[in-house]
Design a protein around this ligand. Structure first.
Ligand code: IVH
Length: 661
């Protein structure tokens, strides 16, 4: 037993060291795979000895449990905020006031990180609570989420009975951009800036969400410590670094206000090249004893001040609006403006995101507009400056036709985006093809993004159905494609012709129609031709098919170019009728199955087909009515739910046995 405990402890120590190297110092000593292996070993030990799991174990970072709501935490010392300075004059005035109590003051200057203020409490070196600033007196307990922030140590190498620190949680600029791009893709509302994104992520009730967003932190203050005397801010920052906290590397000692101002000017320039957003510089009196002399006002210390950078906003003229089609068919407006220098670059274009936003902000062509950069990077129009209007400005309206292919543009209920409905639209052809050929659609083995890229670039494929006219010779002319792979690919294209109808319907990439709904629909609609004439209300008679799906299907089959494509696919010999034989047996009639995780040999579609062939039903969510949950590796929450409800859980072997019985 003792040796297991020792091994667990040394694993934890080693993992902590590597986390610090990787996340704080940016200097990993081992590969990701080696790190994962250590983590897996620890998880295995802890699974065997759950009594040895401690709250500060590295395995406990991604908490699985969802808190009901956040508890309130009263800060032991109020978390004050800072007075602001906006000019060199303000800074000199601050220095003069400090000078009335302190002879020749010296300072430490730090970047003012634009994030969310956080207070951390460690007891005997172990992180106990993490709380937001709240109103300064009472904050919210966000410990579970903070544990997912990998730069924050869960255990300190030095142990003190009690240590309280304060710092800033932030989302790096590149993470912010990634998160917003992801949100835009899903048609969700985007975050205005990294600070909002950090705050939003931190206040997620589900810690796995904050875990999936690479939040980071800088710690800059000790608000309480037992058993160690600290005399200056410089010493404090050094000590925080020794404790394994992430300390901002740009902090600098300044012997007087001249150096302080030079630092402010320097970082006003450099701010755009930093990987995180800052909104100013914090100037702190270095000596903690001298701070006592100056004391506090009701809200802020007299020994520190925040030098705020001027907001980066510029006025310019909106000249025209370009309408672009994205790779998923979203038709979106882009503003073309008179070029202005803003936050480090010359800007002449800005996405207007969608037409609702244009209407809400009442932006018109010819307007003078106020421009800023979201996340310090993405140019965005804040608002039109209506005081300059002449009456000549032109309203911006959504186009009726796609600017890339002139096809129908539609907007579905509940979405802000307008979309081009033509699967062959040149703007979205590559994406259409990648999806069409993918495993859950037509499953054309070997037809991946790299091949599709070349086919489109070389003009060998201009429409989806051109895939079926490709020759072996054409394919073997592609980069990294030998004669053998070309022959295999032709074979794979050939076999895709006999996929069931619902797979073809899935492969067309119709908005809101995934594999499962396509299957359901094709139990009622037995040939592709029927889709050309079916009405939305008829489709809505089918269980689980709502108005959004029905309208999307009808719009898709109305688009002329899609009709032509489907006719060509038929000519090429693709199966376009549903097998009418119905289930092979009724052995599983009345039984509902839910699939989760990855099965060793069967993909989800194959397993569903086998169940349905025996008269069973496949559903996507677990409820009391579920009879069996078929679980593969890495099952999701469905597995846990099944377990809780006491539903029979089958692995692949057990499923096959049931099917063959
Ligand atoms: S010191 C009593 N240092 O700016 C001293 N604050 O308006 C308290 N902030 O609420 C703060 N970077 O959230 C300090 N290097 C830094 C900072 C910083 C960002 C935030 C902090 C505070 C606000 C001050």
């Amino acid at each position: 037993m003792d040796s297991v405990e020792n091994r667990i402890n040394s694993l934890r120590e080693e993992i902590r060291k590597h986390e610090y190297q990787y996340y704080v110092l940016d200097e990993p000593l081992i590969s990701d795979a080696e790190y994962d292996a250590l983590m897996q070993e620890l998880i295995a030990f802890e699974n065997e000895h759950p009594d040895l799991i401690t709250t500060d174990s590295p395995t406990q970072r991604v908490g699985g449990q969802v808190a009901d709501r956040f508890q309130k935490v009263t800060h032991r010392r109020p978390l004050l905020s800072l007075d602001n300075a906006f000019s060199e004059g303000d800074l000199r005035e601050f220095n003069r006031r400090v000078g009335t109590a302190v002879i020749r003051p010296d300072y430490v200057v730090e970047l003012k990180i634009d994030g969310v203020s956080i207070a951390l409490v460690y007891e005997d070196g172990v992180l106990q609570t993490a709380a937001t600033r709240g109103d300064g007196q009472v904050g919210e307990d966000v410990t579970a989420n903070i544990k997912t922030v990998r730069t924050i140590p869960l255990r300190l190498p030095k142990s003190f009975p009690r240590l309280e620190v304060r710092g800033e949680i932030y989302l790096p600029k590149n993470e912010f951009l990634r998160l917003n791009a992801e949100k835009e893709e899903k048609g969700e509302k985007t975050f205005a800036n990294p600070r909002n994104a950090a705050a939003g992520s931190l206040r997620q009730l589900d810690p796995t969400i904050s875990s999936s967003r690479a939040l980071s932190a800088f710690i800059y203050d000790i608000t309480y410590i037992d058993g160690r005397e600290i005399l200056t801010q410089k010493e404090m920052l050094d000590f925080l670094g020794e404790c394994g906290f992430p300390v901002n590397p740009e902090a600098r000692y300044c012997s007087g206000i001249e150096e302080v101002y030079a630092y402010c000017e320097e970082y006003q320039e450099k701010r755009h090249s930093l990987p995180y957003e800052i909104d100013g510089v914090v100037v702190k009196l270095n000596s903690l004893a001298d701070r006592q002399e100056l004391g506090y006002t009701a809200k802020s210390p007299r020994w520190a001040i925040a030098y705020k950078f001027p907001p980066e906003e510029k006025e310019t003229r909106l000249l025209e609006v370009e309408i672009n089609v994205g790779r998923t068919g979203v038709v979106a407006p882009t503003a073309i403006m008179e070029p202005v220098f803003l936050a480090g670059t010359t800007v002449s274009r800005a996405s207007l995101h969608n037409f609702d936003l244009v209407q809400d902000r009442d932006i018109r062509i010819g307007d003078m507009v106020l421009l800023h950069k979201a996340g310090d990077i993405i140019p965005e129009i804040i608002k039109p400056l209506v005081q300059y209007r002449t009456g000549q400005e032109i309203e911006i309206t959504p186009p009726a036709a796609c600017p890339a292919c002139s096809s129908l543009v539609v907007r579905f209920e509940g979405e802000v985006a307008y979309r081009c409905e033509n699967i062959n639209c040149p703007a979205r052809l590559k994406e259409s093809l990648i999806f069409f050929a993918s495993r859950d659609a037509m499953d054309i083995d070997g037809m991946g993004p790299a091949v599709i890229d070349q086919l489109v670039e070389r003009d060998l494929v201009r429409k989806l159905d051109d895939l079926y006219a490709l020759t072996e010779e054409q394919l073997s002319s592609l980069d990294r494609m030998g004669a053998k792979s070309a022959a295999n690919l032709i074979q794979a294209i050939e076999s895709s012709k006999s996929r069931p109808l619902h797979r073809l319907v899935t492969a067309l990439g119709i908005r809101f129609i995934g594999g499962k709904s396509a299957r359901t629909i094709c139990e009622h609609i037995h040939s592709i031709d029927e889709f050309f004439t079916v009405q939305a209300d008829e489709l809505m008679q089918i269980p689980e098919i709502g108005p959004r799906m029905a309208e999307s299907l009808v719009a898709f089959f109305k688009e002329k170019s899609n009709v032509a494509t489907i006719e060509s696919l038929k000519k090429a010999g693709l199966n376009t009728v549903a097998e009418s034989k119905g289930p092979e047996s009724q052995k599983l009639a009345g039984k509902t199955f839910v699939l989760t995780g990855t099965l060793p040999d069967l993909n989800r579609d194959e397993a569903s087909e086998m169940i349905i062939a025996q008269g069973g039903r496949v559903s996507s969510s677990v409820s009391k009515k579920t009879d069996y949950v078929v679980a593969g590796s890495e099952p999701g929450s469905k597995y846990d739910k099944a377990f809780q409800l006491g539903i029979t859980i089958l692995d692949q072997a057990a499923l096959l046995e049931l099917l063959e019985a």
